[in-house]
Design a protein around this ligand. Structure first.
Ligand code: A3P
Length: 306
């Protein structure tokens, strides 16, 4: 363990083959047994793949572009089911209810519920996995180089990670970072993309042509938008606008953690670059080469390109 991987992973466990904080064990059964509704709308993703962006898109479409109601913190409108695992019940100082008691909070939400998770397919509620219930599931994926770089900045900012970038890359590649193995997680959704209640999106496609993705998701959710609404929403979803939107930059949670001294890098920002390919300025050519080979090997025969 020349990278110090095990000490960097103190307090972490493995659940159905995925790395997660040990505290997940306290909630695993409750999530497994969660009552799911056909009118739930789930956004699923590997962290840092454009989850927030997709959530805001989905929420606005499903709520008739109610920008007044959208001023409520996205983490409240669109609860993150396993938030409690990270900043949970064990921490009595954590007073944000939709963080500390995310599962209870979710259960108290009016329907249709909007739910965010980074859990892999294997750890979703049983009613989803068995297709007993068919909530709408919008999955968003992103190329692993940008994900890894963005994740590194994220854990420094919000998860009190104090290691360097190289250590983080090792954790990511060796399936020790949260929610890894990366490809297993994503492929669980990719392989079910032809199910009528599942849609699979890519961050890179959203960057290239957000309008098409917006129309695709709108149709998938069973709505229609007028052209002027499309224009308004595209503006609302632009990086510049979202960067300055206090309801979508996770600043409530970040501010709270900051006030408790729980941010390793309190100057971090959730809305960082919002671009594709920012890995180029942080990864060495050898590392890029390694990631490319690793990606090719893992996606061979799947039909998925990232
Ligand atoms: P970077 O760290 O590369 O900038 P998630 O919501 O899954 O945690 O993903 C966060 C990533 O999505 C961050 O990537 C963030 O900047 C980017 N992002 C968030 N909103 C965006 C938007 N409106 N347009 C483009 N990228 C966005």
């Amino acid at each position: 363990d020349r990278y110090g991987l095990s000490s960097a992973r103190k307090g972490y466990g493995e659940f159905k083959g995925y790395s997660l904080p040990e505290s997940f064990s306290k909630y695993q059964k409750e999530i497994e047994d969660l009552e799911v509704y056909d009118d739930d709308v789930w956004v699923t993703s590997f962290p840092k793949s454009g989850t927030t962006w997709t959530e805001e898109l989905v929420w606005c479409v499903a709520n008739d572009l109610d920008f007044e109601a959208a001023k409520v913190d996205l983490d409240e409108r669109f609860p993150f089911i396993e938030f409690c695992v990270f900043f949970g019940m064990d921490d009595p100082n954590n007073a944000v209810p939709y963080v500390r008691r995310s599962l209870e909070f979710l259960k108290s939400r009016p329907r249709p519920r909007f739910i965010k998770t980074h859990l892999p397919w294997e750890l979703l509620p049983k009613q989803i996995r068995t297709f007993e219930r068919r909530p709408k599931i919008i999955h968003v994926a992103r190329n692993p180089k940008d994900v890894c770089v963005s994740f590194y900045h994220h854990v420094r900012f919000l998860e009190n990670y104090s290691g360097d970038f190289n250590l983080y890359v090792q954790l990511f590649l060796r399936n020790k970072a949260n929610y890894t193995p990366f490809f297993n997680n994503i492929l669980g959704y990719w392989n079910r993309r032809s199910e009528p209640n599942i849609i699979f999106l890519k961050y890179e496609d959203m960057k290239k042509d957000l309008r098409s993705i917006l129309l695709q998701v709108t149709k998938f959710l069973g709505y229609e938008l007028r052209e002027d609404q499309v224009k308004t929403l595209l503006h609302h979803l632009s990086f510049e606008v979202m960067k300055h939107n206090k309801a979508t930059d996770h600043s409530t949670v970040a501010g709270f953690l900051k006030s408790k001294g729980l941010l390793f890098n309190p100057d971090g920002e959730f809305m960082r670059t919002g671009t594709s390919g920012s890995f180029k300025s942080e990864m060495s050519p050898a590392m890029i080469e390694y990631f490319n080979r690793w990606t090719k090997e893992n996606l061979a025969g799947t039909g998925l390109e990232l």
